[in-house]
Design a protein around this ligand. Sequence first.
Ligand SMILES: CCCCCC/C=C/C(=O)SCCNC(=O)CCNC(=O)[C@H](O)C(C)(C)COP(=O)(O)OP(=O)(O)OC[C@H]1O[C@@H](n2cnc3c(N)ncnc32)[C@H](O)[C@@H]1OP(=O)(O)O
Length: 393
Amino acid sequence: RGPGFKIKMSRDIISFYRLIQSFPAVKLHLTGAVMRATEVEFDKAKEHLKTLKNDPGNDTKLRIYALFKQATQGSCSSPKPGMLDFVNKAKWEAWNSLGNISKEDARQKYVDLVGTLISSEAPIQKEATTAGDPKSSYQTLQVTTENNITTILLNRPEKKNAISRKMYEEIMQALEQAGKDDSVLTVMTGSGDYYCSGNDLSNFTQVGAEGVEKLARDSGELLTRYVSHFIDFPKPLIAVVNGPAVGIAVTGLGLFDVVYATDRATFHAPFSQLGQSPEGCSSYTFPKMMGTAKANEILLFNKKLTAAQACDLGLVTEVFPDNTFQQEVWKKLRAYAKLPKDSLRYSKQLIRGMEKEKLHAVNAQECVRLQERWLSEECMNAIMSFFQNKSKL
Ligand SMILES: CCCCCC/C=C/C(=O)SCCNC(=O)CCNC(=O)[C@H](O)C(C)(C)COP(=O)(O)OP(=O)(O)OC[C@H]1O[C@@H](n2cnc3c(N)ncnc32)[C@H](O)[C@@H]1OP(=O)(O)O
């Protein structure tokens, strides 16, 4: 058996490429211009294989493996591995299935197969660098994909990442893209010292000619759509809470799958102080998560939680010291992002699926109540106070 047999079949394409590289050097006894050219192509194909971005799947990997073995060692003559040695048996079968095809034929097929894989990726690479790529056109966010993780960075640090109307729209757009892209995990985090100070209160000061009723209706519609994007998000969604969180940035956490927080973070949902009522499905998720009595202190009486308290109540998964927060969290996330993508998606859908209908109903009900609240004197006074610098949370 060659050294490649030590490697598990389920590893990604990079591991697979290492497997191929670890084989003994190819010794070809070929003569003549045409055959030497094929040898050069074969070496080039090995190099090209390194540049593949997407895992071509186990069947193709087995085919590449078999062609490589046939091209370099000839027909398979090793004994068939035992029934329970699944990985080596699959490799042996792939190689053996090539029968007596010549080394030259196998080499040519290897070159052709790698060429097909590379060219099938070419349009995707081109698309990702197009100037009009929506990922690079956000005004209030920075969206990046690296190590199988798409990160949505709330990027209005000068306003403590308060969510303007533009930002609501851009977050929805970023979630739609992240839900469809090749990443395994999606992360939301904040730039600067805050995670997010919640709704930008100036959203309520831009009253058009059609009056405040229209503004309240539009805001209700916007909020319903916004929260729905979290309810329906198809893959694991993780909040990296890098600092204080306020309002909808707290209530929406019940719709994330994992929440990591720095010990500097606080969690504050000051609805009654603002003359408003809960949103982000928190009127359902918070009592369910922590019990009604604990939820009431937060949602009715504006109790601000420390990160440790939020963790005890189940709103936060784990708290980290601020000085090692980023390092520890990202190390964890990079490891999670190596897990099989589809398995994570389907598992999330099983965990959340039964609740979706209920969550949409709660969202709709909360938004109807808020439309009424935004027109109330209590709410208008609170917003005026903030902008007259009379009140801060
Ligand atoms: C379309 C409608 C959907 C509605 C959804 C329903 C959602 C509800 C909620 O989210 S309710 C929660 C709303 N948030 C707040 O009430 C927070 C208000 N902000 C504050 O109390 C404070 O700014 C603070 C405690 C977050 C931070 O205080 P401090 O550290 O002293 O910083 P500054 O106050 O100086 O803030 C810097 C700068 O940012 C502006 N800013 C901060 N948060 C908001 C905000 N939520 N809305 C608008 N602007 C905000 C602040 O005014 C300062 O701006 P300036 O430098 O003065 O221009």
